[in-house]
Design a protein around this ligand. Structure first.
Ligand code: FE2
Ligand code: FE2
Length: 299
């Protein structure tokens, strides 16, 4: 019989996530007094993929649980989708450069296996910003001018977080950040893509980024590879990755919510003010789509 492995990470001094290789996951409250607590100190054993999934997804769930009551769920609209694509561009444009910076640091630190993993990820993520630009162009939006002048407010802290993590002296947290974004993207299904397609004018394909960052694209395999890699890391690294997954999920939940609470009129005003020109734009040879009159689609 396979040996049972238990991993745990203290997230914020009060709560620890405990996960077994069998798939069990639970939260543990740290009270700091009374009888001996076997989970009070940091874990020191080896990792397994089963327990690593539990810790990483447990961290995301814990972060989202705090905001669940306040999560906005507006009807998707084309304007909302354009804003989401602008956000998708900003969260992907610097990813390869940032990952290579972190990889170079791990090479200096004598950790060639981490450097190699990050180099590979940098390669896999290259060009994803261009998918978002193509989608924006397909919708008739002047993509380059939009992204040069406009970054969704809720996305800004996420981009800064990733820049900062990759520039740290010990940049292992960037793996937690990437896991968080990819895991959430991988939840998107064919239905989500169909819903966006239905919002777009006939014959317009504006779902390149969405397809690639969904269960149908490369994200599912990126998530699996990351879980395996994290499970192979020493315990101190696994703890740092899980904690960063939690912190990134908090930022992500907050950021999503920020834009989702805005009306189409407010989102349009944000973009137009930033660009110094007005929307809407026609969509190529199709009848022009008036972004101002659309009911709400999402990336
Ligand atoms: Fe990507
Ligand atoms: Fe990815």
């Amino acid at each position: 019989m396979a040996q049972s492995v238990t991993e745990w990470v203290n997230i914020n001094n009060h709560i620890s996530i405990i996960a077994r290789n069998t798939g069990q996951v639970w939260l543990h409250t740290v009270d700091g007094k009374g009888k001996a607590d076997p989970f009070a100190g940091p874990m020191t054993g080896h990792g397994t993929t089963g327990s690593t999934i539990g810790l990483l997804d447990g961290a995301i769930n814990l972060a989202f649980a705090g905001i669940e009551q306040r999560l906005a769920c507006p009807e998707p609209t084309l304007v909302g989708y354009v804003v989401a694509l602008a956000g998708a561009y900003h969260t992907s444009v610097d990813t390869p450069r940032n990952l290579r910076r972190a990889a170079a640091r791990f090479s200096e630190l004598g950790r060639p296996e981490v450097a190699a993993y990050l180099e590979e990820r940098a390669l896999e993520e290259s060009g994803h910003d261009r998918l978002a630009l193509k989608d924006l162009r397909a919708l008739g939006v002047p993509a380059e001018r939009l992204v040069a002048n406009f970054i969704p407010e809720g996305i800004r802290p996420l981009c800064k977080r990733f820049d900062d993590l990759c520039a740290e002296d010990y940049p292992i947290g960037c793996i937690g950040y990437s896991y968080c974004l990819e895991r959430i993207a991988a939840l998107k299904q064919q239905d989500d893509i169909d819903r966006v397609k239905a919002m777009c004018p006939e014959g317009i394909d504006a779902t390149r980024f969405l397809r690639s960052h969904s269960s149908l694209g490369s994200e599912a395999s990126h998530v699996e590879e990351t879980i395996e890699f994290v499970a192979s890391l020493p315990p101190d690294d696994r703890i740092k990755v899980v904690r960063e997954t939690y912190e990134s999920a908090l930022l992500l939940a907050d950021g999503y919510n920020y834009e989702l609470h805005k009306s189409d009129a407010e989102l349009l005003e944000d973009m137009e003010r930033a660009m110094g020109e007005s929307l809407p734009y026609g969509l190529g040879s199709s009848p022009p789509v008036n972004l101002k009159s659309g009911a709400r689609p999402a990336a």
